[in-house]
Structure formats: C-alpha cells, structure tokens
Write a protein of this length. Structure first.
Length: 154
C-alpha cells in the first residue's frame, strides 16, 4: 500500500477526485438547464457522468495494475525513489529473442529489433520488358521533377 502514497500517486488521487466532482457537477448543471427547457442539455446531462465514470475506471485500472506489480516482486530502484516506471517496463536489458524468461526476472516489454533495409537484388532470371520500361519511366520522372507524365518521350 505504500506504493499508492508516492507523490505521483497522490497527484493521481487528487486529479481523480477533482475530475469526478467537476464532471458530476457539470452533469447536475446540465440537468437543471434541461429541466428549464433546454432540450440539448439532456444529452450533456448523460455525457458528463459518463466522463466521470471513465475517470474512475482508468484510476481503478491503474490502481489494480500497481497493486498487482507490487505483489509480483520488490519495488525497483525507480519506484523506491518515488518515480514512475512505465507500465510493463522491465529494468535492465531485454532478454535475447530465443531465451526463455527466468523464474526470478520480471517479464516486460522487449525493445524492438533494428533491421537494416537492404535493396532487393534481381534473381538473375529473364528481365520483364514491361517492368524495365516502367522503371525507365520512373527514373525519367525522378530526373525531371518539374515534368508532367505526358512529357515522357518514351
């Protein structure tokens, strides 16, 4: 439960209470306007409580996520200092692609693999005449940026 009383979580709790009270207040204001004869306010009277419910849903989901990660293991260095660690992030380097996660290591999101793009090489088969003509046309368009396709001499 100590994890829920860090400065970041206190700010989240306060923001949740302020937003929910504000949204419900705006919903009540719209109900009074609708009762005075403004028919569009009926839609807003429903909309503001839905916004409040969404704030409570997100707050509850983040609370459960934090409590579940607290049950999984000890807090990381960033969490002990009061900072936030991104959801699903594992401290330290990512495991190799084929390695199975160890039983004591936390599982997390691995970094994407960077792959160099290599131009496709011809297979050495017979060249397609239509493809060669189209490639010459594209090369001409690239060499003449101000030209229109109808100006192509070929």
């Amino acid at each position: 439960m100590k994890r829920l009383w860090t400065p970041a979580w206190i700010a989240r709790h306060v923001a949740m209470v302020v937003l929910v009270v504000g949204f419900l207040g705006l919903g009540w204001w719209q109900i009074t306007r609708a009762a005075d004869g403004n028919s569009i306010s009926w839609g807003y009277a429903i909309e503001w409580p839905v916004f409040a419910a969404f704030v409570v849903f997100v707050w509850w989901r983040e609370l459960r996520h934090t409590l579940r990660s607290a049950a999984d293991g000890p807090p990381t260095a960033g969490e002990q200092a009061g900072g936030d660690v991104p959801a699903g992030a594992a401290p330290g380097p990512a495991a190799p692609a084929g390695a199975a996660p160890s039983s004591g290591a936390p599982t997390g999101v691995r970094r994407p693999v960077r792959v160099a793009r290599v131009a496709a090489t011809p297979t050495g088969g017979p060249e397609d005449a239509d493809l060669a003509a189209y490639n010459r046309y594209l090369a001409w368009l690239n060499a003449n940026p101000g030209a229109r396709p109808g100006d192509y001499p070929g």
